[in-house]
Design a protein around this ligand. Structure first.
Ligand code: ADP
Ligand code: MG
Length: 588
């Protein structure tokens, strides 16, 4: 972080000094294109690299920005600065519409959809009479700021690089924020993020809109730099090229966008001369080369060229600046003994399989309830019904007086239920502290604009103080700066508990927290749970290991084949011949 902190301003100053130096005009033009391309591929870093949404259609948004300004300034003599805002507004509207239609698609459908709308937007530009069809629009005016004209390449250089570097700083700030962590959580499936209260669709849409805005700004600069627009720079091949830049540079990294844009632009110029000479006819052969290299990069260096840089850039370590931060607001917790959770005849069928068969139980505040049963008994499914991860076939769940059956898990999380997962769900490339901070999502509120301008630092300090406090509660402070993906399973499970605690839950739900742990880790976990119980926390503990549960819980509900076998105190359950039979029957 320290090195990066120094590198970033140094790079910005160096880039902005270039036009004052005796750099030949040719290189100024090259750098202008690199700045323009980097701005677009920065959007793809956010969208594809960070959020995991692949778009081949980004060039179309560049076209929206370019054409809007070219048309409004030539046909209506509108000020280019006003036209910028119209273009941005249009890009946002188009992105919201396309995003609402396509971002719910999964797997390969989304990239295919981006190809479709990329083509559609490009054909629209190329076939509209008022946009000059394939000839485009000529005579786009130069930009000016007051009396200063930006007609020269050098003057445009300054504006292009202020925009590109400003965008890079804004995106860097964004990624290190509440909003950024929400966007970073999108790539690994949505279940965990939703359980932390994050509306994953909303953040996919946000990433999509921000990427479209970056493309549109670049298009606007492009139109007034070239002083003419036509459809070809905004076609699908260009869309693929932008993606190629982002992937080649390192699609998860802000500076990868710049590296990729520079390499692609410079190599492209060489190839455009070299390839037709080699092949003997003219054509855009460089696109084919890029396509092949893209496949190789994805296979051998999925982190792009950044893979080779990462080795000598130290892992980011957060400066611990939150020692005196005020605590986050806390929830009103129910008094001990109050009915907290009332599960009434919940049922879940998967086709013909009744995974959960009209199961009922209650939890009172301050209790630890164990949900026990052999593997496949329906414990996790019951758990998912209660927390809203799965929809119920029938039944009712009442939490603190609110009927919650059928609500999405993020709305149930708002009411004070928080959970861990049987198979740990985390963001491996985030630190332990950042993963835990995800749990504080609903207790904080700063948005993307505050994040980009770094106006969220006070709230961030309060959030990280809380995350550290929760890590201390489970005895893991010493690991807070480690990458979550580097931890062993035991600490990962504890980290999930800290993340759940960071939501300030009234009911903590743990799905087989001891599974896969070594004996020592199990003992450490049992100590943590005993301590949480002593602090008055209510817990629903799903477990198949009977011995682990016995010394911990107040009540036990036993399930077998989806049905509730019995419920009672640990002593009653232990004495029950049915329970013994169920366990012996499956374990031997
Ligand atoms: P437990 O957590 O007690 O081990 P689960 O709740 O995971 O059990 O599973 C209960 C039963 O439901 C199992 O037979 C399992 O195969 C089935 N099941 C769980 N999830 C699904 C699903 N998404 N689709 C179909 N069957 C499922
Ligand atoms: Mg399970």
């Amino acid at each position: 972080m320290k090195l990066m902190k120094f590198l970033l301003p140094a790079f910005c100053v160096a880039m902005l000094l270039v036009p004052a130096l005796p750099v030949p005009e040719f290189w100024i033009t090259q750098l202008n294109y690199i700045g323009l391309y980097a701005t677009v591929s920065l959007g793809l870093v956010l969208l594809t690299g960070v959020a995991g949404l692949t778009s081949f259609g980004q060039a179309a948004f560049v076209g929206v920005g370019a054409y809007t300004s070219a048309y409004l300034t030539t046909a209506f003599a509108l000020s280019p600065w006003l036209a910028l805002f119209v273009g941005l507004g249009l890009a946002v509207v188009v992105a919201l519409l396309l995003g609402a239609l396509t971002l719910r698609m999964s797997g390969h459908y989304l990239p295919l959809a981006t190809i479709c709308w990329g083509l559609a937007l490009n054909y629209t530009m190329a076939n509209m009479e008022f946009l000059g069809k394939y000839d485009g629009l000529l005579g786009v005016p130069a930009l000016s700021i007051g009396d200063i004209s930006l007609a020269s390449g050098r003057a445009m250089y300054v504006l292009i690089w202020i925009v590109a570097l400003g965008a890079a700083i804004a995106v860097t700030n964004l990624l290190d924020s509440r909003t950024g962590r929400a966007i970073r959580s999108l790539k690994n499936g949505t279940t965990m993020a939703e359980a932390m209260g994050i509306s994953t669709f909303q953040y996919k849409l946000l990433a999509f809109v921000l990427a479209a805005m970056l493309a549109a700004v670049s298009g606007w600069l492009f139109a007034h730099f070239q002083r003419t627009v036509n459809p070809s720079p905004f076609n699908l091949a260009k869309g693929i090229e932008f993606l190629f830049m982002a992937v080649l540079g390192g699609v998860g990294h802000v500076w990868g966008a710049f590296t990729g844009a520079a390499v692609v632009k410079l190599v492209e110029d060489q190839l455009q001369v070299l390839l037709p000479a080699l092949i003997g006819t003219s054509g855009n052969f460089e696109t084919i080369v890029f396509g092949l290299v893209l496949i190789l990069v994805l296979k051998y260096a999925p982190d792009g060229l950044w893979t080779f840089v990462k080795g000598w850039v130290p892992a980011p370590q957060r400066v611990r600046d939150w020692a005196d931060a005020a605590p986050l607001a806390a929830r009103d917790h129910p008094p001990r003994g109050e009915l907290l959770l009332d599960v009434k005849k919940v049922r879940k069928q998967f086709g013909g399989l009744v995974a959960v068969n009209d199961v009922s139980f209650t939890i009172h505040a301050g209790d630890i309830m164990g949900l026990l049963g052999p593997n496949g008994a329906g414990k996790s499914t019951t758990f998912n019904l209660v927390t809203g991860v799965l929809g119920l076939t029938s039944g009712e769940v009442v939490f603190r007086g609110h009927p919650v059956a059928g609500l999405p898990s993020r709305d149930i999380a708002k009411l004070g239920m928080s959970r861990t997962f049987q198979h740990v769900k985390m963001i491996p490339e985030m630190t332990v502290l950042e993963n835990v901070a995800l749990g504080g999502y609903l207790r904080t509120k700063s948005g993307p604009v505050q994040a980009m301008l770094k106006l969220d630092r006070d709230e961030e300090r309060r959030l990280f103080a809380e995350a550290e406090r929760q890590l201390a509660r489970i005895g893991m402070v010493d690991k807070m700066h480690e990458l979550a993906g580097n931890l062993a399973l035991g600490p990962q499970r504890l980290m999930e508990i800290a993340r759940a605690l960071c939501t300030d839950p009234s009911l903590l739900l743990l799905d087989e927290p001891a599974a896969g742990l070594r004996l020592k880790e199990k003992q450490a976990l049992a100590d943590v749970l005993r301590q949480l119980k002593a602090e008055g926390l209510s817990i629903l503990l799903v477990e198949h290991d009977m011995d682990f549960v016995m010394g911990l819980v107040d009540h036990i509900t036993v399930m077998e084949f989806g049905t509730k076998l019995m419920s009672g105190t640990p002593a009653e359950v232990q004495a029950s011949p049915e329970v013994r039979a169920a366990y012996l029957g499956t374990e031997h």
